[in-house]
Design a protein around this ligand. Structure first.
Ligand code: E4P
Length: 214
């Protein structure tokens, strides 16, 4: 299972890489705006740090505009994956970009049929947003389960990125379901490593060790 980090913050990305837990990065316009830096400069810096796919999202919503923006983004660095919203115009753009060899990540996916369309359009990745579904009392992980099953039924190459992750259980369930990738906010990534019994056990070992030194 691949772990992507869901942030545009350079310090978080560097720390995640030092932990050996970053196979790629996803950004979106909201994450980029938090950093207060020029979009292209920030994305290029991320690509220089991470040896893996880096998703950067288009802003235009019409097919031609998305295609033009995608070409510009893809020209910034070979690691760039262009994030395209799940709309009819978006699917037309994905079809064209796939034919041009530009990698895409279809974002804002909330239903299995949207994911099926994204795969049929040739998307490299699809991003179901589980946390936002949970927020409105829908079962986010059920969506992932259905997408994984549909893609397996028809042997689609499109990889599933579990997105809008809020807690470690989302990662556990993604792994059990066989999702290809989870894109994880930094605060959730650190939670994956922690367990109160680990802390308690380590403290007991160190306290006992001190006794041998006196
Ligand atoms: C995914 O690629 C998105 O950047 C992200 O996971 C959205 O998460 P949010 O619902 O916490 O904003």
């Amino acid at each position: 299972m691949k772990f992507f980090i869901d942030t545009a913050n350079i310090a978080e990305i560097r720390e995640g890489c030092n932990m050996g837990m970053v196979d790629g990065v996803t950004t979106n316009p909201s994450l980029i705006s938090k950093e207060g830096r020029k979009f292209e400069d920030l994305v290029k810096e991320i690509c220089d740090i991470v040896d893996g796919p880096v998703s950067a999202e288009v802003i235009r919503t019409d097919t031609d505009g998305m295609i033009q923006e995608a070409r510009d983004l893809a020209g910034l660095h070979e690691n760039i994956v262009v994030k395209i919203p799940m709309t009819i115009d978006g699917m037309k753009a994905v079809r064209n970009l796939t034919e041009e060899g530009i990698k895409t990540n279809v974002t804002l996916v909330f239903s299995p049929l949207q994911a099926l369309m994204a795969a049929k359009a040739g998307a490299t990745y699809v991003s179901p947003f589980v946390g936002r579904l949970d927020d409105i009392s829908h079962e986010g992980m059920l969506l992932v389960e259905q997408i994984v099953e549909i893609y397996s039924n028809y042997a689609f190459d499109t990889e599933v990125i579990v997105a809008s992750v809020r807690n470690p259980l989302h990662i556990l369930e993604s792994a059990l379901m066989g999702a290809d990738i989870a894109t994880i906010p930094f605060n959730v990534l650190t939670k994956l490593a922690s367990h109160p019994l680990t802390d308690k056990g380590l403290k007991a070992f160190l306290d006992d060790w001190k006794k041998t030194q006196s």
